[in-house]
Design a binder for this molecule. Structure first.
Ligand SMILES: [Zn+2]
Ligand SMILES: [Zn+2]
Length: 139
């Protein structure tokens, strides 16, 4: 499991980020996977005038630079996270919580399968679904 957080301050100076971009990264710096609405709520505690539209535009820019990754799944809003090393996800089908997991061996298997089928530029992003331990335990 990898819950590594991101040093927003370091990224801000390295990429000369605007106040808004830095605020969005800071909202994501605890390593969580957040919807744009949640990011908006967090950013507004420091920058009250920022609109949701600005948050979406800022997220697009940060994605283009490679500082933010987006995770989408059927039936749920897109979730954003600060760009960490390549990882896979555990998704709880009940509470929709997302947890990062490293599964290096799995990427190797995926690469073998795709290579044998003649594919190049192979990428593998796995989502394992199930019920998390909180949702599985009796109330
Ligand atoms: Zn759950
Ligand atoms: Zn993730």
């Amino acid at each position: 499991m990898d819950r590594t957080s991101v040093d927003a301050g370091l990224l801000q100076s390295r990429y000369r980020l605007t106040k808004q971009r830095a605020a969005v990264l800071r909202a994501l710096s605890d390593g969580m996977h957040l919807s744009a609405e949640t990011i908006h709520a967090r950013v507004r505690t420091n920058l009250p005038d920022v609109s949701l539209g600005t948050i979406y535009r800022t997220l697009d820019i940060l994605r283009a630079i490679g500082l933010v990754q987006v995770f989408s799944f059927a039936g749920g809003a897109a979730r954003y996270e600060a760009a960490l090393a390549k990882h896979h996800h555990l998704l709880c089908s009940s509470c929709r919580s997302l947890v990062n997991v490293n599964a290096d061996g799995l990427s190797d298997i995926a690469r073998d399968i795709a290579t044998q089928a003649g594919y190049t530029d192979i990428d593998c992003a796995l989502t394992i679904t199930g019920r998390c331990s909180t949702c599985s335990s009796p109330p």
